[in-house]
Ligand binder design. Structure first.
Ligand SMILES: C[C@H](O)[C@H](O)[C@H]1CNC2=NC(N)=NC(=O)C2=N1
Length: 102
C-alpha cells in the first residue's frame, strides 16, 4: 500500500494524539524514549513492538541500553512521516502502558 507523506498541519494534529512523542528538527521523524523497571521489561516491550511492526510492515529505528528503549519512526519509502508512523507510535504507547501498570 502506498503511504502518502503527511503535510506539516496533519503531522502536528497526529502528534497531538500520541503523548510523549516528539518531532525531529526537520519534521521528518518522530521519537520517544521509554524507560522501564529493568532490562527484561524493556526487551519484552521491544518484542511486542517488533511484532506490531512486522504486522504493519513498518519498522522502527531503535536502540536499547539496559532499561531504556529509544524509538524513532519515519517512513523511508516516503522520505518523511506517514499515517503508518503514528499507528506504530500509538501501538508502542499502548504496549508501554501495560508495563507502567505492572
Ligand atoms: C519493501 C518493504 O515493504 C518496505 O521497504 C517497507 C518495510 N518497512 C518499512 N519501515 C519503515 N519505517 N519505513 C518504510 O518505508 C518501510 N518500508
Amino acid at each position: 500500500m502506498i503511504m502518502e507523506k503527511l503535510n506539516p498541519t496533519v503531522v502536528q494534529q497526529s502528534l497531538a494524539t500520541v503523548p510523549g512523542w516528539n518531532l525531529d528538527a526537520q519534521g521528518l521523524a518522530i521519537h520517544r524514549q521509554f524507560v522501564f523497571a529493568d532490562f527484561v521489561q524493556a526487551f519484552a516491550f521491544m518484542t511486542e513492538v517488533a511484532l506490531a511492526a512486522e504486522k504493519h510492515n513498518h519498522h522502527p529505528e531503535w536502540s536499547n541500553v539496559y532499561n531504556k528503549v529509544s524509538v524513532t519512526f519515519t517512513t523511508h519509502d516516503a522520505s518523511g512521516l506517514t499515517l503508518r508512523d503514528f499507528v506504530l507510535a500509538e501501538a508502542a504507547n499502548q504496549a508501554f502502558r501495560r508495563y507502567q501498570q505492572a
